[in-house]
Design a protein around this ligand. Structure first.
Ligand SMILES: Nc1ncnc2c1ncn2[C@@H]1O[C@H](COP(=O)(O)OP(=O)(O)OP(=O)(O)O)[C@@H](O)[C@H]1O
Ligand SMILES: [Mg+2]
Length: 275
C-alpha cells in the first residue's frame, strides 16, 4: 500500500465536556475518492474541519506523506495543498469569475508601485481552467460568480483548487443543494480531479452520489468510524442502512409495501410508519 497523502491517526475531538469524535483512523490516497457518510450530527464536518486546519485534534495526529503535521490555521492547511470547497462553492457573488479565481494570487503586470491586476490575463486563465474541466458554458471571465448556477459555482471552485496545485480536495456536501443534472456535472468533475491524481474526500447524504464517485467509504455513527469498506464491498441497501445509523431501510420499505397491498395502494398514515 502506498503512503497516504493525508491520514488521521487515532484522532479524538472534544468541545469542552462534549466528545464529538472517537479514535478516528482514515487515510486519503492520491487518485482516490473517500466518501465520508453518516447521519446528521455524526461528526463528518468536524473531521473536515480538522483536516482543513479549522480545529485541532484533542488527541491523536494528522500525517501528511507519512510524517506528522499540525495545521496552525486554514491558511496553513491550504499552503500544504489542502483545498476545501464549501457547500456554496465560494462566497464572492459580486466578484467576476476571473477575479474570484485569483483572489489572493492575482497575476500582475508592471512592477513595484505600478503593479496592477491584469484583468484580461486573469480572465483568460480562469476561463481556460474551468473549460478544461468541461464547463463549456463559461466563456466570459467578466461574468459575476453570483450569476452562475450552484453546480457551476462548485465546478469553478474545484477547477480553481486543481489549478493552484491542491493535492487534497475536500468537498462538504457539494451536491446537496443541486438538481439531478447539476449534481451529475459536479460528480463528473470530482472524477476528473481524481483522474488528475488528487486525493478527494467527499461528504454526501445521497448514496447514489457516493456510489458514483467513491473508491473507499467510511461511515461515521456518533463520532466513530462504524464501517470502512471499498467500492463494490457493500450494496446500496447496506450503505443506506449504515447511513441511517444501522436502522434497516429495507425492512421499512417492505413494511410500507405490505401495508399498501392490503389497503388499496394507500401508504400508511404517518403515525403508523415507524421512525
Ligand atoms: N464547536 C462545537 N462545540 C460543541 N459541539 C459541537 C461543535 N461542533 C460540532 N459539535 C457537535 O458535534 C457533533 C457532530 O457535528 P458535525 O457538524 O461534525 O456533524 P455532521 O456529521 O457534519 O452533521 P450534518 O450531516 O448535519 O452536517 C454534533 O452533535 C454537533 O452538535
Ligand atoms: Mg456537516
Amino acid at each position: 500500500m502506498p503512503t497516504p497523502i493525508l491520514a488521521l491517526r487515532g484522532v479524538n475531538k472534544s468541545f469542552g465536556p462534549i466528545d464529538v469524535l472517537h479514535d478516528i483512523n482514515l487515510e486519503l490516497h492520491a487518485g482516490e475518492v473517500l466518501c465520508l457518510l453518516g447521519d446528521n450530527g455524526a461528526g463528518k464536518s468536524t473531521v473536515i474541519r480538522i483536516l482543513s486546519g479549522v480545529h485541532k485534534p484533542t488527541t491523536g495526529t494528522l500525517e501528511m506523506d507519512g510524517k506528522p503535521v499540525a495545521f496552525a490555521s486554514p491558511r496553513d492547511a491550504s499552503d500544504h495543498g489542502i483545498a476545501t470547497v464549501h457547500q456554496f462553492g465560494g462566497t464572492f457573488p459580486l466578484m467576476s469569475i476571473g477575479r474570484s479565481f485569483f483572489v489572493g494570487v492575482e497575476p500582475t503586470k508592471g512592477w513595484g508601485p505600478f503593479k496592477v491586476y491584469d484583468r484580461k490575463r486573469a480572465n483568460e486563465i480562469a476561463v481556460k481552467a474551468v473549460r478544461d474541466f468541461g464547463i463549456t458554458r463559461i466563456d466570459d471571465g467578466d461574468r459575476l460568480v453570483g450569476g452562475l448556477s450552484g453546480g457551476e459555482r462548485q465546478s469553478l471552485a474545484i477547477a480553481r483548487a486543481v489549478h493552484f496545485g491542491a493535492r487534497v480536495l475536500i468537498l462538504d456536501e457539494p451536491t446537496a443543494a443541486l438538481g439531478v443534472k447539476q449534481a451529475t456535472h459536479v460528480l463528473r468533475i470530482v472524477n476528473e480531479a481524481k483522474r488528475r491524481g488528487l486525493a478527494v474526500i467527499f461528504i454526501t447524504h445521497q448514496v447514489m452520489h457516493a456510489m458514483a464517485v467513491g473508491d473507499h467509504f467510511a461511515v461515521l455513527i456518533r463520532g466513530a468510524v462504524a464501517a470502512d469498506f471499498k467500492k463494490g464491498e457493500k450494496s446500496r441497501e447496506e450503505i443506506t442502512d449504515l447511513m441511517a445509523g444501522g436502522a434497516s431501510m429495507a425492512s421499512l420499505e417492505a413494511e410500507i409495501a405490505s401495508y399498501m397491498e392490503t389497503h388499496d395502494g394507500h401508504p400508511p398514515p404517518v403515525a403508523a410508519a415507524k421512525t
